[in-house]
Design a protein around this ligand. Structure first.
Ligand SMILES: Nc1ncnc2c1ncn2[C@@H]1O[C@H](COP(=O)(O)OP(=O)(O)OP(=O)(O)O)[C@@H](O)[C@H]1O
Length: 303
């Protein structure tokens, strides 16, 4: 069967290991994420998902292993050549384990959200989306004399940033709350605003750490629709950590399962959810025929 994560990966993780003292949080994990796919990283609490995310996005420097990323083609020969050099990228292929978080965000164009909401609560919803675009604005002299003088290049950049922010607010149903402090919005709205903020960076890969955490069933459904629409537009691939199987099974093209820091399964959602090792390890039960377990992995469990 042809799969994009094999034929056309945007991300290739090879033998990634992350140790904290004597604890191996991620143990020799390899997988690929397909260009244009939604790839879900699942596993029980403490499996190493967030640690792996933190390695991808430059918050941790992995103990060993390689993370190759490209908005173009991930060509094996070029990856090897880059690996032998001391460089971080060749202009198109990036070795993320060699890069700092800000370089990964700006040059490779990976954007991420966190398990805990990290908006600026006192700033308005619109301002939160404008801040995300600060680099584009500063490039157009936001902080320089040209910005103070309101020169045309800056005015155009500012208008483009406002337009993009407004379009995202509209899309997530928050245009009418544009001027309200982000911290005053209901929890589910804040989660969507965080995704909009990440999308204002126009990422090639959007990395979401438990975007459905704390959402009710209707909000989870809305979130899944939003992510599917982002994926279908074809500009942004998505990698998400998620415990809510209804979201995972509804939108994922590819599921990678970790347990105790190791990869235990990797494939299409249907294959993975029927894998006895996943049923046993992910849910901490021995009996793969347990109907409640099957319902949870199928995303049908009552919440
Ligand atoms: N900074 C750190 N220092 C020491 N140990 C850590 C650190 N970060 C994570 N760990 C440990 O690494 C292991 C994996 O944790 P991690 O948060 O990556 O798991 P997870 O799969 O994301 O879990 P959850 O689903 O609960 O968020 C855990 O045993 C955790 O205690």
């Amino acid at each position: 069967m042809s799969a994009r994560w094999i034929d056309d990966p945007i991300l290739r993780v090879d033998h990634l290991t992350m140790r904290f003292g004597g604890l191996t949080a991620v143990n020799d994990v390899s997988f690929s994420a397909g260009r244009g796919d939604v790839t879900a990283l699942i596993g029980p609490n403490g499996a190493g998902k967030t640690t792996l995310f933190n390695c991808l996005t430059g918050f941790y420097k992995p103990t060993s292993g390689r993370i190759a990323f490209s908005s173009g083609r991930l060509d094996d020969a070029r990856i090897e050549k880059l690996t032998r050099s001391a460089r971080k990228h060749d202009g198109e292929i990036f070795l993320l384990e060699r890069m700092a978080d800000h370089e990964i965000a700006r040059q490779a164009r990976l954007a991420r959200t966190f398990q805990n909401i990290r908006l600026f609560p006192g700033m308005s919803a619109l301002e939160n989306l404008m801040i995300a675009q600060g680099r584009e604005l500063s490039r157009a002299a936001f902080f320089s004399i040209a910005g103070l003088l309101g020169l045309p290049a800056w005015r155009r950049a500012e208008q483009a940033a406002v337009d993009q922010a407004t379009a995202w607010l509209e899309r997530i149903g928050l245009r009418h709350r544009a001027n309200d402090p982000a911290g005053s919005l209901p929890y589910g709205d804040q989660r969507r605003l965080e995704i909009a903020r990440a999308m204002c960076l126009r990422p090639t890969l959007l990395c979401l750490d438990e975007p459905a955490a704390g959402l009710n069933a209707a909000e989870s459904h809305g979130l899944a629709e939003l992510l599917r629409a982002i994926r279908d537009e074809g500009e942004t691939s998505i990698l998400l950590i998620e415990h809510d199987m209804s979201v995972v099974m509804r939108i994922s093209d590819h599921v990678v399962v970790l347990d105790y820091g190791q990869k235990i399964a990797d494939g299409a959602p249907r294959e993975v959810r029927e894998d006895p090792a996943v049923i046993a390890a992910y849910l901490g039960v021995e009996d793969p025929d347990e109907p409640a377990v099957e319902a949870v992995l199928a995303g049908n469990a009552p919440t």
